[in-house]
Design a protein around this ligand. Structure first.
Ligand code: KG4
Ligand code: ZN
Length: 334
């Protein structure tokens, strides 16, 4: 039963990645090929360009992951792949590669939800203990997820408009920063002052939902007004002020959820989990508390196949396999 190896594949957006994971907890190999350079000049991910890169890279990346892990297909207990959500053309490349391997080598196939992957990245850091709350913050998602037990996801709150990462990237673009802008705003935010008091979007008092488009517009309007009046503002201060509003709301709602659901653990997940300000704010808020705070290392926050392998291990244990009609599903529910 021990030493179960899963080959995992992730191609939902702009990273082509393959990994070999042991027992859902240990990374044997994790190869990530980023396409960011190719999308930069367009200021965002271009779906057609992403698909083409995945096609070119997928076989090479899978071979590399297998080689680095020093395993053969015969050693695998399953092949897992992100089935959604994401860009449909990008998803299909990974799904078809996984199906081909599963069929050719007679290995069980497992479909994984991309966000389940982000959440289970934490299992590569430390064992999970339930019930838990996961704060999922990425370029496409902003969700508070309650998990009573393994593989059981309940979304208790989500964004009603922009995802956090999306808001970061849009504000960054307005500030003339390169794509993806999140890391740039994060860096600038460490150097500025909160000289502008941007609104906090709390919504209804009992809601765990989020809204970031109002904040994004407030930043854009503020910059526009200052420019019209020929007034200067330090870009660092705009970054600090924007980030302060984002973090206040994320941490505030998370704190209320952690208390109401009386959880044992709080997990941070998704690309925006790389944010230094957010990590620090959560550590300050929950470090001294009774809740066990897990935050993945930076390399496991952004898209990677290791996290898909970790999430797949739960399905492997419960024999939840996919059939060969598995398809890429851009709107897959958690
Ligand atoms: O999870 P991810 O790699 O891809 C999606 O599934 O969306 O997240 C990418 C997002 C981008 O919007 C990027 O700007 C943001 O994560 N991001 C950050 C930071 N690093 C990446 N946002 C804020 N601060 C960061 N340090
Ligand atoms: Zn992601």
């Amino acid at each position: 039963n021990e030493h179960k190896l899963i080959l995992a594949i992730e191609t939902s957006c702009d990273e082509t990645s393959a990994a070999v994971i042991e027992n859902g907890t240990t990374i044997v190999s994790n190869i990530v090929s980023s396409q960011i350079e190719s999308h930069k000049r367009f200021g965002g991910v271009v779906p057609e360009v992403a698909s083409r890169h995945h096609v070119e890279q997928i076989t090479v990346i899978i071979e590399q992951a297998m080689e680095e892990a020093k395993v053969t297909f015969a050693d695998l207990s399953a092949v897992a792949v992100t089935e959604g959500p994401g860009l449909v053309g990008a998803l299909l490349i990974g799904v078809n590669a996984a199906k081909a391997i599963a069929f050719a080598h007679d290995i069980p196939l497992i479909g994984v939800h991309h966000i389940a992957g982000h959440i289970y990245a934490n299992q590569l850091v430390s064992p999970l203990s339930f019930p838990l709350i996961a704060l999922v913050v990425s370029g496409g998602h902003t969700e508070l997820v309650y998990m009573k037990e393994d593989g059981d996801f309940k979304i208790i709150g989500e964004t009603r408009d922009d995802a956090v990462g999306e808001a970061y990237d849009k504000v960054a673009r307005t500030l003339g920063l390169p794509y993806p802008g999140g890391p740039h705003i994060d860096r600038l935010a460490q150097e500025g002052q909160e000289s502008i008091k941007f609104p906090r979007s709390w919504l209804e008092a009992d809601s765990y939902d989020f809204s970031f488009s109002g904040l994004k517009s407030a930043v854009i309007n503020k910059l526009h007004n200052l420019k019209q009046r020929d007034e200067e503002v330090k870009i660092e201060d705009v970054a600090t002020s924007f980030q302060a509003s984002v973090i206040d709301v994320l941490v505030g709602k998370t704190k209320r959820a952690v208390e109401q659901y009386e959880v044992k653990q709080l997990l941070l997940a998704g690309g925006v989990a790389a944010n230094k300000g957010l990590r620090k704010a959560l550590e300050e808020e929950f470090g001294p508390s009774s809740v066990d705070l897990l935050i993945p290392p930076l390399s496991l926050c952004t898209d990677n196949a290791a996290m898909i392998g970790a999430a797949a291990s739960v399905k492997l244990r419960n024999n939840k396999f996919a059939a060969f009609d598995l398809n890429g599903n851009p709107g897959l529910d958690l």
